[in-house]
Design a protein around this ligand. Structure first.
Ligand code: GDP
Ligand code: IMO
Ligand code: MG
Length: 423
């Protein structure tokens, strides 16, 4: 059996949580492979709206195994809160949530460092979620981080103290106030005790053995390809490999074992935090998109920047991920527009037209070149099949498919599980 991967093709918040929840009944295992509590994945069903940060989005489906893989940076405090928040759903965590012993632990000083680094950048700040992601991945790559398996060892406290001592030196260099640290540490060690009760596993063996025994595994991405540490709009990116290859390293699954790569995109674009966004709208259309799409961050509540769909960016994401199927999300949000714009190229300052996200492109302002199409300008609330969609929406889908060269197999027309049209 091969492992399928589902990931975001834009700047995150494409609707990954919703789609994982929709697809989950077809799978035995859902596994997160990177990121951490910077993610906010929203699920809606039976009148319930729930945001998950670190727990995979298969958790509401019975008999499904959810794995937090080695590539994740995990905050024990957030995990404890997430688990407690799910108590009312009678989920038996001992049976269906598993955590890799090789996942990296976010400690309180990582969050302080995140804040110190952002403050020092002034108006060049990344717009980090301040969950400690960057500093934790830095320590992982720097080979000094704490891993989940370490909490079981007798000298965890000593290892922790050694790392905190290093962090304190840096925090003092930045003259950063650490007076809240003792309080944060009390909560942290309380969460560590709770953590010991979870299933801590060598997830690379578990996932590969599942695949060998014919079980179906879905890898759930966090963030989006344009926030990838290598291929995103560096330095305005997150600190992990958000692309398909990240699922191999983040779960210990060989590239030869990858099956479908589902690429999720919004019918338009959004971005939270700083960094280039060629099609960003600063006018009434952008405001209308934000309002209609309820575009406010699931993790931080920040308003999301909004703009028209960007085809060069999508083509780039499809290329680096080897996307085999596209899912278009939030089609209903465009109901309000009589005309819809599609960015097909960028124009540089010297008038040259380009459609590639080269290194140089990241360094300059570009003007998006649009094709304008007629909107459907009607509610999609009653559509239950693709055939029932208004002609203009079908044409929008056909146009994108022709431009992107990959079939759009799903169109989402609302946040609920049921508002999902398969083709
Ligand atoms: P994720 O991080 O990719 O899982 O996405 P988020 O949960 O952060 O943001 C997506 C938001 O859009 C959530 O509030 C979802 O409930 C909502 N959503 C998902 N699909 C649709 C859709 O097709 N239409 C509308 N209107 N909302 C959607
Ligand atoms: P999901 O999984 C949208 C953005 C932050 C910031 C940059 C770096 O819900 O799609 P970080 O905290 O990682 O150091 O922030 O990345 N960012 C996200 N934007 N969705 C996310 O996750 C994000 N996770 C991080 O806003 O610009
Ligand atoms: Mg999100």
């Amino acid at each position: 059996m091969k492992m399928d991967i589902l990931l975001g093709l834009q700047w995150g918040d494409e609707g990954k949580g919703k789609v994982v929840d929709v697809l989950a009944p077809k799978y035995d295992v859902v596994a997160r492979f990177q990121g951490g509590p910077n993610a906010g994945h929203t699920l809606e069903f039976d009148g319930i709206k729930h945001v998950l940060h670190q727990i995979p989005s298969g958790i509401f489906r019975q008999k499904l195994i959810n794995i937090i893989g080695n590539g994740v940076v995990l905050d024990p405090v957030v995990l404890k809160k997430e688990i407690e928040g799910l108590d009312k759903f009678n989920i038996v965590f001992q049976e269906n949530l598993f955590v890799s012993k090789k996942a990296t632990i976010i400690i309180p000083t990582h969050k302080l460092l995140d804040a110190a680094y952002e403050k020092s950048k002034g108006d060049k700040k990344i717009g980090s979620t301040l969950k400690g992601i960057g500093p934790t991945y830095q320590d992982k790559i720097g080979r000094v981080a704490l891993r989940v398996g370490d909490i079981l060892s007798g000298d965890f406290r000593a290892k922790y103290d050694a790392l905190v001592a290093k962090h304190k030196t840096t925090l003092s260099f930045y003259d950063f106030d650490i007076s809240q640290l003792p309080e944060l540490e009390t909560t942290f060690f309380d969460a560590i005790e709770f953590f010991k009760k979870l299933n801590l596993i060598d997830s690379e063996y578990v996932v590969n053995e599942f695949l060998s025994s014919g079980k179906k595994v879905l890898a759930e991405g966090a963030q989006g390809s344009l926030l990838d540490v290598d291929f995103g709009s560096y330095p305005f990116v997150t600190s992990s490999s958000t692309m398909a290859a990240g699922a191999c390293t983040g779960l210990g699954v060989a590239p030869s074992r990858i099956g479908e790569v589902y690429g999720i995109f919004k019918a338009y674009c959004t971005r939270v935090g700083s960094g280039p966004f060629p099609t960003e709208l600063f006018d009434a259309d952008g405001e209308a998109m934000r309002k209609e799409g309820n575009e406010f961050g699931s993790t931080t509540g920040r308003p999301r920047r909004c703009g028209w769909i960007d085809l060069p960016a999508l083509r780039y994401s499809i290329m680096i991920n080897g996307v085999t199927q596209l899912f278009m999300m939030k089609g209903d949000v465009l109901n309000i527009f009589e005309e819809i714009k599609i960015c097909t190229h960028y124009e540089l300052a010297d008038g040259t037209r380009v459609d590639k996200l080269t290194y140089e492109l990241n360094e300059q302002d570009v003007t998006p070149i649009y094709t304008t199409v007629k909107g459907w300008y009607t509610s999609l609330a009653n559509a239950t099949t693709f055939e029932e969609f208004p002609k203009e929406l079908k044409d929008y889908v056909f146009f994108l498919e022709a431009e992107l060269g990959v079939p759009i197999k799903m169109v989402s027309v609302g946040p609920d599980r049921k508002q999902t049209i398969l083709r």
